[in-house]
Design a protein around this ligand. Structure first.
Ligand SMILES: Nc1nc2c(ncn2[C@@H]2O[C@H](COP(=O)(O)OP(=O)(O)OP(=O)(O)O)[C@@H](O)[C@H]2O)c(=O)[nH]1
Length: 411
């Protein structure tokens, strides 16, 4: 049965993890400019913005999610986030919060790596100038790799002996080792398949093991780079360097501190601000609906418009989470009682339930995920069309589902 996706937020101290998390969640993670403000890993509910299916059927006015919210067809779907604190170079050998950090990581399905592109904090999060953030991407990947490799190498002798004695496949042997990271056989299979010229497992030396672990990490920890602090003047050149060096990695430009600031002003009634967009209205735009700002704050908004919103199209924070859902290939799937009205049974509100499901998951698996181990008599999609348990979900296809349960047998 699939479980709820979990997205880990990683990054060195003071890169802006807590600020990013704050702007994605309702949780009040502590924000501070000192390393290790966040001591305990912090699980929180983030909200992923998606185009809600209610728009497809002109039902925006009746859309009322059980969890999260929907406004004008923009739905905010809850998704679990994990704030992973205290990673510094050397963590795999116990520095900083070391292995604790890495152990928390094993539960994550994808990572958002918050990178401070201002160059004003060093690898340990201490204030500096002109630091090259390319290095952060490298050492963070290395720490995760060395941690996995270390766990593997400790037992390598007995792993190989057992592998040979039981005549297992490389996939089975590795899956037995990687299961603790939440892997599954197809994931290990894909990781091995990617490596050219891979010899039989009993011939792997340190170099081959490194290649295998690197490839496994691509599967287990697909990563989005949140290039944070783009409001800083030195950010541009660092962003270009990162994009050039990692053209394959999904990267999103962000200013988490700007997002937090705008949301705060919105809550206090000073601005209209739609998260994920470049639009901020002030008192001048809506004197009847908004409170006036003093000159200092007005100037700050002007700067934010020039330095962030108009240049990049948004603060980027909403897009960071969307990118993470993208690398996991998650599709919002809506389950309804009545497939013709889209209601949940009683009342006229529609599309109350939405689940984030990996594209390509069979409908039967979705049913068990949503309903538990019950016997499904039939599954229907839009128009009352029957779908088989083996049909798969995709964006816009089999993404609205109604499950009919088999009546319980009476003995
Ligand atoms: N200029 C700028 N500063 C930011 C941005 N995001 C965060 N900061 C600042 O960076 C500092 C560190 O931010 P935090 O969110 O506490 O960083 P963290 O990664 O959670 O740090 P630890 O808790 O030490 O792991 C704070 O002073 C933030 O205000 C941003 O987008 N731009």
């Amino acid at each position: 049965m699939p479980r709820d996706p979990l997205i880990g937020i990683v990054g060195k101290p003071s890169s802006g993890k807590s600020t990013t998390l704050n702007s994605l969640t309702d949780a009040a993670a502590q924000v501070g400019s000192f390393p290790f403000t966040t001591i305990e890993p912090n699980k929180a509910t983030g909200y992923l913005q998606v185009d809600c299916v209610c728009g497809r059927f002109g039902k925006q006015a009746l859309c009322k999610p059980n969890y999260g919210w929907c406004s004008n067809g923009k739905r905010h779907v809850p998704i679990m986030l994990l704030d992973v604190a205290g990673l510094v170079p050397g963590a795999h050998s116990g520095r900083g919060l070391g292995n604790k950090f890495l152990d928390d990581l094993r539960h994550a399905d994808a990572l958002i790596h918050v990178v401070d592109v201002s160059g004003t904090t060093d690898a340990e999060g201490k204030n500096t100038r002109g630091y090259d953030p390319l290095y952060d991407i490298e050492w963070l990947q290395d720490e995760i790799r060395l941690w996995i490799e270390g766990n593997l190498e400790k037992r390598w002798g007995s792993i190989v002996r057992r592998h040979t004695a039981t005549k297992s496949s490389a996939v089975d042997t590795l899956q037995a080792q990687f299961g603790g990271y939440g892997s599954h056989a197809p994931m290990v299979q894909r990781a091995l398949h990617r490596i050219r010229g891979l010899p039989p497992l009993e011939q792997w030396d340190k170099e081959w093991i490194t290649k295998v672990v690197r490839s496994f990490m691509i599967e287990k920890f697909p990563t989005v780079l949140a290039l944070n602090k783009i409001d800083h003047p030195d950010a541009d050149k660092n962003v270009s360097k990162i994009m050039l060096k990692y053209p394959e990695t999904k990267a999103v430009l962000a200013s988490a501190v700007t997002e937090v600031f705008l949301r705060k002003l919105k809550k206090q009634g000073f601005v209209h601000y739609e998260e994920g967009t470049e639009f901020v209205d002030t008192f001048e735009d809506d004197p009847d609906g908004l409170k006036p700002l003093d000159d200092k704050l007005l100037q700050r908004i002007e700067n934010i418009r020039d330095l962030v919103l108009y240049r990049f199209g948004s603060t980027g924070v909403v897009q960071v989470l969307q990118a993470a859902a993208g690398v996991l290939d998650l599709v919002p799937v809506y389950t309804v009682r009545n497939i013709h009205t889209f209601t949940g049974g009683h009342g006229e509100n529609v599309f109350r339930d939405c689940f984030l499901i990996k594209r390509g998951t069979p409908v039967g698996k979705v049913a068990r995920y949503v309903m538990g181990e019950v016997t499904i008599a039939a599954v229907e999609t839009v128009g009352g069309v029957r779908v088989s348990e083996d049909d798969v979900v995709d964006a816009g296809k089999n993404d609205v589902l109604s499950f009919k349960l088999a009546p319980k047998s009476v003995n």
